[in-house]
Design a protein around this ligand. Structure first.
Ligand SMILES: [Zn+2]
Length: 459
């Protein structure tokens, strides 16, 4: 028998439903959410349904605001180990990577696991219930990195889209990464298939799915892009990669292959809804239209784009063309945080810098971080507070000093200083209560992570 959970007396439930109009929004005041096993059974206002009077667990939501659990569409969780590292603190993408590759080459499986635990904990404390991760580095002692990541996801109880990344084009062959962190073509394909067979769950409400993710045009060959797309189609899984992140990245493709990024994508068999791209900043008008028509998703990573000085993604043009645009914190070494609610704030502000205050509304930024993020990941069972959807819900208390005098709860979440989640429910299970994990020792994990991080950079 499935466990039942009732959340009552919620100050506000933000449904973020637009019925086709991006400026529309619907809230429920004095609301309740009835949860049955992993799924939401009903949502309403006033008195909850009689058959939930004896729910297995009841949460008093008085004073709390409920939003759909946030969906992070791009991360490299292992990078929490190399945050705010001075030699890479003031660089653009290529020199930043070249400074960090030799450090990451020293990773082992346990370091990856700890990096993932900390990144996932930070995400969850910011209201995130689903995260994608792009794990693309498999040095000698970290060959089991993806398995370590999946294990960390299970321990944290976060919904995980782990992508089996790869690098095959070393510096010697004209790429950017050193020999020590690239893998042979055939070994990558074999490991990718193994990862899918070991960890991918296609079922509704799945807690772990696996996608395939060659890293970027300057670290993989076009042959690997093409063969990975074929494998993804055969195994029916998603595809993910970095594209058009900065001007140098585009220049590399033009110089080496004589093609713009989206032409390369098309040529490799990637131009369809199975694919979502990280960053996607430097697309011309024709490329934006093609991506929209093909419904290719884009993970917008505003903090990283600002931190590395990469540029401003054409978020509203992509959305208008038909491409779902999710929000991603990106790897922690270029953010340097894994705070999804703060990332929504950055997305809101950065688009306004480029296009004016009316360019992106508060509720649209939250829709990108929920419904559209889910679409990027190819899911129709998460991202909404509605019957039949997964019970992934973040509850925030807005009673601290940073929200004193705030009126609208959604505007308060994004315009005021961001705050930690009060209660987090993932797949119908309470993971955080009163701002603390119910069964995870965060302080202990931080101590172990800190020691590993120091050892990794040789401090
Ligand atoms: Zn990235």
């Amino acid at each position: 028998v499935a466990r039942t959970l009732l959340v009552t007396r919620l100050d506000t439930i933000a449904l973020l439903e637009d019925e086709g109009r991006p400026d529309a929004r619907r809230d429920i005041r004095d609301g309740w959410i009835a949860i049955d096993g992993p799924a939401i059974r009903a949502v309403g206002a006033g008195a909850p349904p009689a058959d939930f009077a004896r729910a297995d667990e009841t949460i008093d939501g008085a004073g709390l605001v409920a939003i759909p659990g946030l969906v992070n569409t791009h991360h490299h969780l292992f990078q929490t180990l190399t945050r705010a590292w001075l030699p890479a603190a003031n660089c653009s993408l290529f020199p930043w990577l070249e400074a960090l590759y030799p450090i990451w080459a020293r990773l082992d499986d346990e370091a990856v696991r700890l990096g993932c635990l900390i990144g996932m904990a930070e995400l969850m404390l910011s209201g995130c219930t689903t995260t994608a991760d792009h794990h693309y580095i498999y040095p000698e002692r970290a060959r089991g990195g993806l398995d370590a990541e999946v294990e960390a996801g299970r321990e944290m109880g976060i919904r995980l889209h782990a992508t089996r990344g790869s690098m095959s084009l070393s510096k010697k062959e004209g790429g950017l990464p050193p020999e020590a962190v690239v893998e042979p073509h055939d070994a990558i394909l074999a490991a990718s298939e193994r990862a899918v067979r070991a960890h991918h769950d296609p079922a509704r409400f799945a807690m772990c799915r696996v996608g395939l993710a060659p890293c970027s045009p300057f670290s993989v060959t076009p042959e690997l892009m093409r063969d990975t797309a074929g494998l993804a189609r055969r195994l029916d899984v998603t595809l993910h990669t970095h594209l058009a992140e900065n001007a140098e990245d585009v220049a590399f493709s033009l110089a080496r292959y004589g093609r713009r990024p989206v032409d390369s994508l098309d040529e490799s068999g990637w131009l369809d809804a199975r694919t979502w791209l990280a960053h996607g900043i430097h697309f011309d008008d024709g490329e934006v239209a093609r991506l929209g028509r093909a419904r290719v998703g884009v993970a917008h990573c505003p903090s990283s784009n600002m931190r590395l000085g990469s540029g401003i993604a054409r978020v509203q043009a992509l959305r208008a063309a038909g491409a779902p645009v999710g929000i991603g914190v990106d790897g922690s070494a270029s953010n340097d945080s894994s705070n999804m609610i703060a990332e929504c704030r950055q997305a809101l502000l950065l688009t306004r810098v480029a296009h004016g205050a009316g360019a992106l509304r508060v509720e649209e930024a939250l829709r990108m971080a929920t419904v559209e993020g889910a679409e990027c990941l190819g899911r129709d069972d998460i991202g909404r507070i509605a019957p039949g959807f997964a019970a992934d819900i973040a509850l925030f208390a807005l009673d601290g000093v940073e929200h004193a005098g705030c009126h609208d709860p959604l505007a308060a979440l994004l315009l005021a200083t961001t705050t930690r989640v009060h209660t987090l429910i993932v797949n119908g299970r309470v993971r955080i209560r009163g701002g603390r994990f119910v069964d995870f020792d965060l302080d202990r994990a931080i101590a172990a992570h800190r020691a590993t991080a120091r050892r990794l950079v040789g401090a």
